[in-house]
Ligand binder design. Structure first.
Ligand code: ADP
Length: 417
């Protein structure tokens, strides 16, 4: 089937077919090496060329998948190293359509493509995995909370809000602090405002409304943050990874600990919740569900329909990485084992250090440590920006954590030896 598609695609690759000119600007295709029909197992198009796309390239290569990327610029993390890159804009329907025409299935490394553009691609007959209706759960926190709440799943108390007074009314009923969130487009804590008082709401309201549609939710006293990572094929076959404990600071994920330090009962509950949500969302591909563990049980925070930071440990730590399983899932191929490859796996994110130095300059020091896997994303170093991660496997979680932290500190310059 893919070969047939490929032949049809080859036939369509006249210059006029590849360059949809809009406003005098055409998406630019960069094919460093021509691919012969025989060497292609399948063509997956990934919209976005950030670090998630970058980490998808190795498993795509291993499986003989021709991974095409729609990148914004040659300098994007994955565009630097991929051989099939289209430079275009995911906000432009024509760029998306021209890109989709060259692949068998379209998937994503972010949540940013407008729902109407996703629907338009699907209406043209392109295969989107996840489908637009699934993607909407991850793109729109209001939709997600309304749909999951209606099914009785555990969520913080929430309300949609359009005025500062509505936030105050919500706080009167639920108590301070409250958390105001942008319904769309937030990441790494951007688009999340914890508010302690009416005065704070009034002062920060312009900043909130600039982010578009909003919701407010009760502030949850969190014992621990967890993530469930599920890979699911279009027909419903699913594979779930061991529950990941995530450690956040200032809204940014810093560390992943596997297995999470929770009771077996709690882990089973989280696993069941993740699988149930994957069914409800009808996801194809990898989905991550972020959960809060509280003294009263689990509460759903949010979900992502794509490989996710909480699954980076799976590259070395699981028999099949989240990136490999995402590709398998979107192609409706059998999923790989999610088994943990050691007793413990820890990932520590490498954030840009305050001195602005690129962690690449400090790489040898980290590589000198035994058993440390370093991933750098090729992104320009800026303080606080996620530039890479390190993973350590071991027979003891605390030991793996201390070694991974040490390696990350060597990369950021916080440690020198
Ligand atoms: P993002 O989309 O930026 O990842 P999240 O909704 O995951 O935003 O929020 C980022 C972090 O903010 C969470 O990991 C958690 O630490 C904190 N947070 C979010 N919602 C709440 C809440 N209702 N109560 C307490 N803390 C919260």
């Amino acid at each position: 089937m893919y070969r047939d598609c490929y032949a049809a695609w080859m036939a369509s690759q006249s210059p006029s077919a590849t360059a949809a000119v809009v406003d005098g600007r055409a998406p630019r295709m960069r094919h460093a090496i021509s691919t012969t029909e025989d060497s292609v197992a399948a063509r997956v198009g990934m919209v976005g060329a950030g670090q998630l796309a970058r980490m998808s390239l190795a498993p795509a290569t291993a499986l003989g998948i021709d991974l095409h990327l729609l990148a914004e610029a040659d300098s994007d993390s994955a565009a630097q190293i991929a051989r099939r890159v289209t430079i275009g804009d995911h906000r432009r329907p024509d760029d998306l359509l021209a890109f989709a025409k060259g692949v068998d299935v379209v998937t994503f490394d972010h949540e940013l493509v407008a729902p109407e553009h996703l629907e338009a691609l699907a209406a043209e007959g392109h295969v989107l995995r996840p489908a637009p209706a699934s993607k909407r759960f991850a793109q729109d926190k209001r939709h997600q909370r309304e749909r999951l709440g209606a099914l009785g799943l555990p969520l913080p108390a929430f309300a949609t809000v359009a005025a500062a007074t509505e936030v105050e009314h919500f706080a009167e009923a639920n108590g301070w602090p409250v958390v105001v969130k942008a319904a769309r487009g937030g990441y790494d804590g951007r688009g999340v405002w914890v508010m302690d008082s009416s005065a704070e709401v009034a002062a920060r309201w312009p900043e909130c409304t600039a982010a578009g549609a909003l919701l407010v939710e009760a502030f949850v006293t969190i014992e621990r943050e967890l993530a469930v990572l599920v890979a699911r094929r279009p027909g419903g076959q699913a594979a779930v990874y061991l529950i990941t404990e995530t450690v956040q600071a200032d809204g940014i994920c810093h560390e992943l600990l596997v297995p999470a330090r929770v009771t077996p009962g709690r882990a089973a509950e989280a696993t069941e919740l993740g699988l149930r949500i994957a069914e409800i969302v009808d996801v194809a591909g990898v989905m991550a569900v972020e959960l809060f563990e509280t003294t009263d049980g689990l509460v759903i925070n949010e979900l992502a329909c794509r490989p996710h930071n909480s699954g980076h440990w799976t590259i070395e730590g699981a028999a099949t990485s989240q990136f490999a399983n995402h590709l398998r899932a979107v192609l409706d191929w059998p999923l790989g084992s999610t088994a943990l490859m050691a007793d413990a796996a820890v990932t520590v994110n490498v954030l840009g250090p305050p001195d602005g130095v690129d962690p690449r300059d400090r790489l040898p020091a980290a590589l000198a440590l035994d058993g440390v896997s370093v991933h750098l994303y090729g992104k320009a170093a800026r303080p606080g920006r996620k530039l890479g991660h390190v993973t350590v496997l071991g027979d003891d979680l605390a030991d793996a954590l201390s070694r991974a932290r040490h390696a990350a500190a060597l990369l950021t310059g916080e440690a020198t030896s």
